[in-house]
Structure formats: structure tokens, C-alpha cells
Design a protein around this ligand. Structure first.
Ligand code: UCC
Ligand code: FAD
Length: 594
């Protein structure tokens, strides 16, 4: 006779034990910093509006949206480029859940909130950004068209296209609409085969004038995401009557394209193939042939890059919200799992080594969340027309910093988060690996880390005293904390203060003309960007920790972030030295044969 333990396997193939999966909690209530930060940041009435919307949205994510997003991962888009008989079909198939999520995008006002005339511009952007962060990991990558839609709307507004171009006006109203039957989404086609970083060097799309502001575009776009959009914004070179065009970025102008004619036919766009991507597989990203596409010139000729930068700055904020949303999601699931998963006879949460692992991640995610909400506040301030000169400079500087910083920290952090689930974190049918694969795109698209580091140099090298503005903003954030009786808070403020001074010194040395032949500033641009990000995060954490109602976790997080690793990393004038650059080459290319 078999004993009772053995009988458990006698009639069932899998035994009588099954693992408990992690539970998705309401991402608003479950986030340890989100609600508190919004409450401190906003006037009461704005806070109440925001909190009740985010709470309800969090419920909807758990109840409905997360499932829809998962279906988009399972049922990938497909392209039928040609029919069996060789005729162009250009038929994109997306799953019904993708379409449903685009309706959710409109209904939930994920773009509209940012343009709500009834709201204070400062807080509507904060509200919207918090919502983006919650949405992204459940959005089935609808977050991508969402970002581009917001970016296009902002661009039309910023370059004054609403009054001069009826199509831009119509598109704007639809892009920001809450009515899913009216709303449109936008694409953003900048990257060509020659490259996506150096848009001016790579663009091989030409615009032939037809009449008024209408042109015909011919070219090949190499990465075009969310190709089921209604409109797209793109760059092209205007060809003069002799067939010549200006090279480089000065020859680029910005165009608006309506993808389909009123009868549903594509407007000269051929979908050549869908990209076979490592992640974001829910998202249809296509190579497109533009064959006489009818397009509206919406920028001043030659101002294509400067004009589209409005779009990039918006999508970069969305990108940061995505990086942080993914980090928060993996941690939220890991935290839940730690109270369910038993290892060596104890729950994970009772093993200090496991909790230590999660604490390190938690401190970073808190830092990033504060950074994101603060940049959103600054963007809102700028849109309200109430930003001081310093605040306007801070937005321009901190937008590439937050995009690059959050993108850079999120991939290893999510990888560690996946390890919290052991082998289960590696199993596709848990839905967990998707988070890592999708997050890996955030440091790449919308400007790679290095390209954004160079953008930071562009800002620092401009006429304005950006360094002064940054230092002053940081000083204001920590000025009270430095006098705190709480030694941890005071030590954090001091670390931020010292790091800001150190940063100033390095930048001053770089400006010293006698050193100009011994350094290359671009070589150390990434170190500089990360240092700026860390100092700013340290200042925000410290400022929060100095609130009279600050929790112990807030104080500890600020202390650890500011004091356990140097805020400036190993940044020094040596970071930029030619001698080090030569050494880099010696190390990297040892043994390399071309
Ligand atoms: O990757 C893409 C993905 C789409 C999906 C989006 C989803 C996001 C969130 C999803 C969440 C899940 S779309 C493609 C993205 N492509 C890029 O990001 C391009 C990366 N490359 C750069 O950013 C480069 O820095 C360039 C292309 C901007 C460099 O161009 P130039 O021509 O060499 O730059 P210049 O000559 O320095 O700048 C031209 C003008 C200058 O103004 P003026 O002429 O007045 O002096 C610059 O100051 O543009 C201005 N400018 C800017 N202004 C350049 N960048 C900016 C900026 N960021 N903000 C304001
Ligand atoms: P490269 O420019 O070749 O960069 C390669 C490496 O070189 C990077 O590490 C970069 O940091 C480094 N590098 C480049 N220049 C310098 C420098 N001067 N100094 C130091 N290092 C440097 N584009 C669109 O326009 N629309 C879209 O909808 C779109 N969707 C996308 C979707 C996905 C999933 C992906 C992966 C990309 C998409 N892109 C899109 C393209 C994307 O924007 C580009 O891939 C990105 O901007 C990088 O350009 P690249 O691929 O040419 O890389």
C-alpha cells in the first residue's frame, strides 16, 4: 500500500501543490511614494481630483487593462504586405485588445489631461505623468502611440501650426480628444537606414512642392512605430526647382501626413515589413516606403529639427515614465511574491538578504519617481507661462537627463527584479519576462544614452547660465534640510551640497581654455549626465525627507541614496582627458583585427 504522501501523485500528473503567483495590486495605492508626493506637491482641490482619478484608474488596470495588455503580447501584430497574387495589400492586422486599449487611451484622457483647459497647467502635467507611469506596464505598448500623440499635439501648438494649417488644427483636436470615436493617434518617422541619432546626416527623404503648403514625399523610413496611426510627423528635404536639396540638418523641414485618404486607401505609404524586435513585440513597428506621399509642410523650411524637438522633449518624458513604471511594476510584484513564496522553510520576506536586495532597488525607484514628477511639474510650469528663467532652463536640462538616467538604471534593476522570482521570473507564460524585454528599448529609442548626454552638452554649452540655474535649484531644495536635527537628513543635504560644489568645479575646469588641448568634453558627457541625475535625485529625496510628516522610510531612502555611493560617481577632470581616451582605445581594441 502506498502511503498518503505518495498517493498525492497517483492520480494527478502535477501533484497537489501549485505555486502562488504574485498579485497585481492597484498601482496607485501600492506605490509607496506616489500619493504622498502628489499630496505635498498640489493644492488640495487639485490633489483630490488627481488622486480620485488615479485610484479609479489603478482599479481599472487591475480589473481590465492589464489583461488587455497581456493579450497584445500574446497576439502579435502581423503585416500582409502583398496578397498571394503579388498585389500590394499593406494590410496590418492587430488584435482586438490593441484597438480596445487605444479606446482606453482616449477615454482615460491619457493625452487629454495634459491639455485640459479647466485645469492648472502645472498640475495637469503632473497628473498625466503619474497616470502614464501606472499605465505603461499594462498598456500592451499602446503607451508608445500615446507618447507620440502627445508629442505631436504639443508640437503643433508650439510651432504655431494650429492657426496656419487646417490639418494640424483638426489633428490637434482629435489627438487630444477623449472620445474614442473621434480620437486619432500620431506616428513619428525620423529614423532612416543610415541612422536614427544623426537625423540630419541620415535623412534621404525628399519633398517636392505641389501647391501651397502641400508637398509629395519620397523616401524610406526604417523604424516607424504604431504604424496604425491616423497621422504622422516626419522630416524631409525640400527639393528646389533644379532638383537640389540642402544637406545636413539645416536642410530638414517638418511635415504632417494623414496616412489614409477619406476612402481608406493609404496615402502613398507602402508597409514593407514589420520589424522583428527583441521586445515591444505588441507594437507594430514597420519599414515604410514613401512613394509620393501627400504631406503638409508645418515648419519654417530648414527648421525641421528645432521644430520636432518639441515632440522629442514630450516623448522623452513619456519614455522616462515608462522606464519608471516598469521598475515599479517589477518591484511591486516582487514585494507581493515575497509574502507568498517560501524558500528554505521561510517566506522570502523573512530572509534579510532577500529584503536587502529589494531595498536597494526600492531606493532607486523612489529617487526616479520623485525626479519624474518634478520634471513634469517643471514642464507644466513652463506651459503655464509662469516658469522663472531658472525653471525654464531646468526643464531643458533635466528632460534628457531623466530620460537617459531612468532608461539606464531600469534595465539592470528590472533584471534583478526578475531574479526575485527565481526560475519563474524567466518563464514567458508568467508575463514577467515581457517587462525586461520591453524596458530594454527605453535607453535606445528617443535618443540613446550617449546622444542625450551630448544633448546635455548642447544645453550646457549654450548662452544661458544653466549650471548656475541647476546649482541654485538644488541649493533651494536642500537649504532647510542642511539644518535638520535629524542627522540622516542633514548628512544627505550635506552630501548633495558637496556634490553640487564638486560638479561646479569640474565644469569650471572644463571651461578653462588652457586645458582645451588635453580634454574632450564629449568623452565624459555620459558621466556628467548621470552625475546631474544623481545630484538632482539626491536633492529631491532629501527635500521630501525633511518634511515634518516624512516617514522613516523616506529618511532612510534619502540617506542611503546620498551617502552610500558617491553622488558624482568617479566624475573628475580626468574623466574627460585625452590620455584616458587613448587608454580607452588601448583597452577596447586590444587584439582587434579589422
Ligand atoms: O525613437 C523613436 C521611438 C518612437 C516611440 C516613442 C515612444 C516613447 C515613449 C514610450 C513609452 C513606452 S522616434 C525617433 C527618436 N529620435 C531621436 O530621438 C533623435 C535622436 N537624436 C537627437 O536627438 C540629436 O541630438 C538631433 C537629431 C536633435 C541632433 O540634430 P542636429 O541637427 O545635429 O542638432 P543641432 O544642429 O544641434 O540642433 C538643431 C536645433 C538647434 O536649435 P537652433 O537652430 O535654434 O540653435 C538645437 O538647439 O534644434 C535644437 N534642439 C533642441 N531644442 C536640438 N535638440 C533639442 C531639444 N531636445 N530640445 C530643444
Ligand atoms: P546609432 O546612432 O547607430 O547608435 C549606435 C550606438 O552609437 C549607440 O550606443 C549610440 O549611443 C552610439 N553613438 C551614436 N552617436 C554617438 C556619438 N556621437 N558619440 C558617442 N556615441 C554615439 N525611430 C523613429 O523615427 N520612429 C519610430 O517610431 C521608431 N520606433 C522604434 C522602435 C523600436 C523598437 C526601436 C528599437 C527603434 C525605433 N526607432 C524609431 C529608432 C530609434 O529612434 C533609433 O534606433 C535610435 O534613435 C538610435 O539610432 P540608431 O539605431 O541609428 O543607432
Amino acid at each position: 500500500r502506498m502511503n498518503s504522501r505518495a498517493t498525492a501523485y497517483a492520480h494527478a500528473k502535477t501533484g497537489n501543490y501549485s505555486l502562488e503567483p504574485p498579485q497585481l495590486h492597484n498601482p496607485y495605492r501600492d506605490d509607496p511614494v506616489l500619493d504622498r508626493t502628489l499630496r505635498r506637491m498640489m493644492p488640495q482641490s487639485e490633489y483630490e481630483k488627481t488622486a480620485s482619478d488615479l485610484d479609479a484608474f489603478g482599479e481599472r488596470i487591475v480589473r481590465e487593462i492589464d489583461y488587455l495588455g497581456r493579450q497584445c503580447e500574446i497576439n502579435e501584430p502581423e503585416l500582409v504586405a502583398q496578397d498571394a497574387w503579388g498585389k500590394r495589400a499593406d494590410k496590418l492586422k492587430v488584435c482586438p485588445e490593441w484597438i480596445q486599449l487605444k479606446r482606453v487611451l482616449a477615454e482615460e484622457g491619457l493625452v487629454a489631461i495634459g491639455y485640459d483647459k479647466a485645469r492648472d497647467p502645472v498640475y495637469r502635467r503632473v497628473h498625466q505623468t503619474a497616470k502614464l507611469m501606472m499605465f505603461c506596464p499594462s498598456s500592451g505598448m499602446v503607451s508608445c502611440p500615446l507618447a507620440m500623440t502627445d508629442g505631436a499635439a504639443k508640437t503643433f501648438q508650439a510651432i504655431g501650426a494650429l492657426t496656419t494649417h487646417p490639418l494640424a488644427r483638426e489633428a490637434f483636436e482629435r489627438l487630444i480628444s477623449r472620445d474614442p470615436n473621434v480620437s486619432w493617434t500620431s506616428g513619428q518617422w525620423m529614423t532612416e537606414k543610415r541612422g536614427g541619432s544623426d537625423v540630419g546626416g541620415a535623412c534621404d527623404t525628399y519633398a517636392v512642392h505641389e501647391e501651397g503648403d502641400t508637398y509629395r514625399l519620397n523616401g524610406y523610413k526604417w523604424f516607424s512605430s504604431a504604424v496604425d496611426a491616423d497621422v504622422a510627423v516626419t522630416v524631409a528635404r525640400i527639393v528646389d526647382k533644379d532638383g537640389k536639396a540642402i544637406e545636413g540638418s539645416k536642410g530638414l523641414s517638418l511635415f504632417l501626413i494623414k496616412l489614409r485618404e477619406n476612402n481608406g486607401d493609404l496615402n502613398g505609404v507602402q508597409m514593407v515589413r514589420l520589424k522583428d524586435k527583441m521586445g515591444t513585440r505588441q507594437l507594430p513597428t514597420a519599414e515604410l516606403l514613401l512613394d509620393g506621399v501627400k504631406a503638409t509642410l508645418i515648419s519654417t523650411p530648414g527648421r525641421g529639427i528645432a521644430s520636432v524637438s518639441n515632440m522629442l522633449n514630450v516623448t522623452r518624458l513619456h519614455n522616462a515614465a515608462a522606464s519608471i513604471g516598469y521598475m515599479r511594476r517589477i518591484l511591486s510584484l516582487a514585494r507581493d511574491y515575497s509574502s507568498r513564496r517560501s524558500v528554505f522553510g521561510r517566506l522570502q520576506k523573512d530572509w534579510p538578504l532577500h529584503v536587502r536586495t529589494m531595498a536597494d532597488l526600492e531606493v532607486e525607484v523612489r529617487a526616479c519617481t520623485l525626479f519624474l514628477l518634478d520634471v513634469a511639474r517643471l514642464v507644466g510650469l513652463q506651459e503655464s507661462g509662469k516658469a522663472t528663467e531658472e525653471e525654464a532652463l531646468a526643464v531643458r536640462l533635466l528632460t534628457p537627463v531623466i530620460k537617459a538616467y531612468a532608461g539606464k538604471v531600469c534595465v539592470p534593476l528590472i533584471s534583478e527584479g526578475i531574479e526575485c522570482f527565481g526560475g519563474m521570473g524567466y518563464m514567458e507564460d508568467t508575463g514577467i519576462p515581457t517587462i525586461l524585454r520591453d524596458a530594454q528599448v527605453t535607453p535606445i529609442w528617443e535618443g540613446t544614452t550617449n546622444v542625450l548626454s551630448l544633448d546635455v552638452l548642447r544645453v550646457l554649452g549654450g548662452r544661458d547660465n544653466v549650471v548656475g540655474a541647476f546649482s541654485k535649484t538644488v541649493a533651494v531644495l536642500v537649504k532647510d534640510a542642511i539644518k535638520s536635527k535629524n542627522t540622516k537628513v542633514a548628512a544627505s543635504a550635506l552630501a548633495v551640497h558637496e556634490a553640487t560644489k564638486g560638479l561646479g568645479k569640474v565644469l569650471l575646469s572644463l571651461a578653462d581654455s588652457s586645458l582645451k588641448d588635453t580634454v574632450r568634453i564629449d568623452a565624459g558627457a555620459r558621466h556628467l549626465l548621470i552625475a546631474l541625475g544623481r545630484v538632482y535625485c539626491g536633492a529631491l529625496l532629501t527635500n521630501e525627507a525633511n518634511n515634518s510628516d516624512a516617514s522613516n522610510a523616506e529618511v532612510l531612502s534619502a540617506f542611503r541614496y546620498c551617502n552610500e555611493r558617491p553622488l558624482l560617481g568617479n566624475l573628475s577632470i580626468d574623466t574627460f582627458s585625452n590620455a584616458r581616451n587613448d587608454d580607452d582605445s588601448t583597452i577596447v581594441y586590444e587584439g582587434f583585427v579589422e
